[in-house]
Design a protein around this ligand. Structure first.
Ligand code: PNS
Length: 163
């Protein structure tokens, strides 16, 4: 039984994230999408941890071997806790490299029983990010096709009400 964790802030989940989770679910017996609390990231997330977990849960509902859970600890500790031996990350254009390599090296330094593996983003999602999606949506731009349909609805609803 090979279990992987697919971590991130997911504020909100994009179709790029979803593509990585779907591809990981075809490789591993079980995939746990781990949603980080990330309270300090970029002035604080737009969506609460409960909202992000719920949105990811709805977006991955069609994948029977994928589950979602929040975490607020070291990623390798979460992986050990849930019995996962692999961390799966999506890798986009060159800008991701330095940060992802640093995290992979440090995670390996903390726990060398957990491997980090990268799945390369497809060209369509190479430049897609949660922050770009929020910026487009904040300016009333259309993000259909960039995020799962349920996330699109929540973004429109949230930004209509204001933060
Ligand atoms: O979607 P993000 O914000 O790029 O995800 C980053 C995340 C949540 C994977 C990373 O910040 C993380 O692993 N946080 C948990 C704390 C931790 O283990 N930090 C050490 C990694 S060097």
């Amino acid at each position: 039984m090979k279990r992987a964790v697919c971590p991130g802030t997911f504020d909100p989940m994009t179709n790029g994230h979803l593509d990585i989770v779907e591809r990981a679910s075809g490789i591993f017996d079980e995939v746990i999408v781990a949603v980080a609390l990330s309270p300090d990231k970029g002035g604080g997330p737009l969506f609460s941890i409960d909202e992000r977990v719920e949105m990811v849960g709805a977006a991955v509902a069609h994948l029977p071997n994928v589950s979602v859970r929040p975490f607020d600890s070291l990623l390798v500790d979460l992986a050990r806790h849930v019995g996962a031996t692999v961390i799966v990350k999506g890798l986009r254009a060159v800008t991701d490299f330095e940060r992802e390599f640093q995290m992979a090296q440090l995670n390996y330094r903390i726990n060398d029983e957990i491997e980090t593996m990268f799945i390369v983003a497809i060209p369509e999602y190479m430049y897609l990010s949660s922050s770009a999606v929020k910026e487009i949506a904040e300016h009333r731009g259309d993000v259909e096709g960039l995020v799962p349909a349920n996330v699109n609805e929540r973004l429109v609803e949230r930004l209509r009400k204001g933060r």
